[in-house]
Design a protein around this ligand. Sequence first.
Ligand SMILES: [Zn+2]
Length: 418
Amino acid sequence: MWHAPWIPWLEWDQFRAAFNPMIVPNSTLVSSLFNEDREWDFQLSAIWMVPSVASSLNLIPRLPNNHEDKLIWKDATSGEFSTRVAYKSIIKSRRAENDPIWGHIWKLKISERMKLFLWKLGRDILPFGERLQRIFGNEVMCAICDEQEDSAVHLFCHCPLAKSLWLASPWGVRSEELNLYSSLQLLKWLLEPPPLLQHGNFEVEEFRKFGISLCFTLWSVRNQAFHEHVRPSFLITFNRIKSLVAELNSVFISPQDSSIDQSSLDAGLEVLQGEFVVFVDAACKDLRSVAGIIVTKANSEVVEAFSAQLQAVLPLEAEAWALLHAVHRCLSQGWHNVTFAVDCQLLVWGIKARKTPNWRAAGVFARLLDALDCIPSASVVWIPRTGNEKAHKLAKWSFNSYQFGFFNAEELAPLVAI
Ligand SMILES: [Zn+2]
């Protein structure tokens, strides 16, 4: 009970603090908190733990009773120990990487150089004069206007050149009025523009591309002015920003758009063989999730369609539960020559490898493998999301309308166009 952090969502110090301080640590086992049916005994748990933890123990995913216990390394997604994840766990607390802004930078569809630039901006390690002054003590003025101290907030917001560029942008931003005091604040403003700015047909993505291009260009213009004493013109700088935005638009097309081509769709549909093809998907949001399942004959005639509420938090967990529902349905109907079509690659990969891709889904995953073992002639294949539209729409509609159970083709027609 005391010597392993077995409550998944608690860090070690939180875990220790979850226990009743009046109880002396001894060698009690966690299983002593189970009743005869191997469910949590909440009355007993309430003696051991603070009420908020005791009452949420049922959220701990558990392996089915016929499975052996497994040791999980919490910081590894797979739950498996390796020296690599151990090292990451050790340095985790030392890296101040907890702010989601850093993760956001690496996911942007911009060049690696621009990402590095944004990262340096946020970390305040771009070699501005103000920074050099903190080290060497001599004041450095802005190389562009020579009016104020050379700093990130000045160059990107207050310098006359920056002001006119922002004002000429499609959003007509008055950058001198922004209350930004650090380069980290500026970075956050660029990546997550405040709702106040967002009116009309404001496109966050467009704004980001422009803002990042503006700062990136200004930094290079500033360096040129600093080293070569060249005064940049508004027009040339503005055109450089515009061509950089155009470059981002043409080179960095989002991967979702490019993956939906006809060949991958055909490749997915080609493998949908068998007497029955069962399309499975899950909708998952705000700790709720719903399965959408559509059973068709090989000639794509719909046999039945149903939805079900799921007990899942992770999207992967929801997909696994949805598939488990579909497998159970086929077992109960005696349908054995079945192909299950899902659009979650991680799930299909895990089934093929007989290994849960995420230990948090270990419980449902074990059940799923057991259930699939009961229909050896069935197969699970991955199809692209576009090939799974119907199940996807059914899950989404059911999620939003709170209607669950079986639906006939008539009820579904307007929604999923079967
Ligand atoms: Zn200036």
